[in-house]
Design a protein around this ligand. Structure first.
Ligand SMILES: CC(C)(COP(=O)(O)OP(=O)(O)OC[C@H]1O[C@@H](n2cnc3c(N)ncnc32)[C@H](O)[C@@H]1OP(=O)(O)O)[C@@H](O)C(=O)NCCC(=O)NCCS
Length: 133
């Protein structure tokens, strides 16, 4: 079960980027220590299930904008819908891991392809009001 959002150029129905978002949970013990606060276990999360940009558009900053689009949507969702604390991604390869780390995602111990970030940190970085935490 996911919601998928697609980028199309003006005047075209050709998909050039997309991401999908899924409600998720993570066990508290699986998170980096700084994200383990509170007693709730498992911790409500949102998963970026897929995120990809057409190859001919790579390297122009649009991948970062696509991620920003997904993160803004998640921050809004976290304060207007069911609350969640962390955003999770499962990077498809080392390059994708580097991309997410560039934006502050942290690898999860024992599962390096999985990265997480606190939704409050994202809200702060994007200059959006902090979500309910
Ligand atoms: C991941 C992806 C969306 C990145 O798109 P992109 O257009 O190449 O990235 P951008 O040009 O927007 O880069 C944005 C920033 O991330 C940085 N970055 C990009 N790839 C990086 C990497 N592998 N390691 C570290 N930083 C990286 C860029 O240097 C840039 O930094 P800046 O804003 O400080 O200049 C794109 O490569 C893609 O669709 N890949 C295939 C699918 C995929 O791997 N999806 C993610 C995992 S599910």
């Amino acid at each position: 079960m996911s919601s998928t959002f697609v980028w199309t150029p003006d005047g075209s129905d050709q998909a050039v980027g997309y991401y999908s978002l899924v409600a998720h949970t993570v066990t508290r013990g699986s998170l980096p220590s700084k994200l383990r606060s509170g007693r709730r276990d498992p911790i409500p999360a949102a998963l970026i299930g897929k995120l990809a940009l057409a190859g001919e558009l790579h390297g122009e900053g649009l991948g970062g904008q696509l991620l920003r689009d997904a993160l803004e949507r998640l921050v809004v969702a976290s304060r207007s819908g069911p609350a969640f604390r962390v955003i999770v991604v499962d990077a498809v390869d080392k390059a994708a891991e580097g991309f997410y780390q560039h934006y502050g995602f942290q690898p999860v111990p024992d599962r390096p392809s999985r990265l997480v970030i606190h939704v409050g940190r994202v809200a702060e970085a994007l200059g959006m009001n902090a979500a309910r935490q």
